[in-house]
Ligand binder design. Structure first.
Ligand SMILES: [Zn+2]
Length: 263
């Protein structure tokens, strides 16, 4: 709102006339004619009418504004253009914030029933759109959560299968090792490792050092090329690997690296 682009112009012809703001006298003339045309009757008190022609608009605006209890006092005062107010010097509402509050009373300020209806419908549509949007985002949020839960369940299911497999292989091997009727260690003769003699020496970020107390040797079991790999046997299925996998802490490291386990 600047002098060169006023809200109300005195006359309006696109591109032809220079912009002249509507004068006070001009405004009074328009309002008086409108009052006469509408056939409104105003009581006179002395020389003046009870309701002033132009100031009446401001009064109506103020009344509508002040009747709303969802618009703060500061915003009301600001919209009425009251400057002599202590509260206002602390109040720093942005143009957008104040307009958002003003929107609440547009419906009440609208005079024409037809216009009000149109506006009402538009506000309703906006509300429906907003609710629809909120609903849609809620649904997609839930879908996302459901998807993540499903993935987590699948991962847990895989882990359960794997740990079962590891445990049964462990048990089976131990049974064979302790079978007195078996003259040899089952997986390669008398020099084969026995599970019972293995100990955890160290667990690192991507490896485990296994100590074989029978042969007095430290063996590295590492994560390599998406496999759990024994550096001594150059194998991913030897007893050192099986022993390492049976350790929950190491198994967790293996899963963190998304390595599929086959024993
Ligand atoms: Zn090995």
């Amino acid at each position: 709102m600047l002098p060169q682009n006023p809200v109300f112009r005195s006359t309006y012809r696109i591109g032809v006339q220079k912009v002249i703001p509507l004068s006070r006298v001009g405004a009074i003339g328009i309002i008086s004619r409108a009052i006469r045309k509408a056939g409104l009757y105003r009581n006179k008190a002395g020389n003046r009418y009870e309701i002033q022609a132009d100031h009446g608009f401001r009064k109506r605006f103020a009344t509508i504004l002040k009747l709303r209890n969802d618009i703060s006092y500061s915003v009301t005062e600001r919209l009425l253009g009251h400057k002599q107010n202590l509260d206002l010097s602390y109040f720093r509402g942005t143009r957008e914030e104040i307009f958002r509050e003003f929107r609440k009373i547009i419906l009440d300020l609208t005079v024409s029933d037809e216009e009000r209806l149109t506006l009402q419908n538009r506000l309703k549509d906006e509300k429906i759109d907003r609710l629809q949007f909120e609903k849609d985002s809620k649904i997609s949020g839930l879908e996302e959560t459901a998807k993540k839960l499903l993935e987590r369940i699948e991962a847990l299911e895989t882990e359960r299968k794997e740990t079962r497999m590891i445990n049964s292989k462990l048990k089976e091997t131990m049974n064979r090792e302790s079978d007195p009727s078996n003259p040899y260690f089952p997986d390669g003769g008398p020099f084969d490792t026995r599970l019972v003699n293995l100990e955890v020496e160290e667990i690192n970020a991507d490896s485990m050092v296994v100590y074989d107390s029978e042969f007095g040797e430290s063996i590295n079991v590492v994560l390599r090329k998406n496999q759990v790999y024994c550096t001594l046997d150059k194998s991913s299925t030897c007893k050192h690997v099986l022993f390492a996998l049976a350790n929950p802490e190491f198994y967790e490291i293996v899963k963190k690296n998304a390595i599929k386990v086959e024993v």
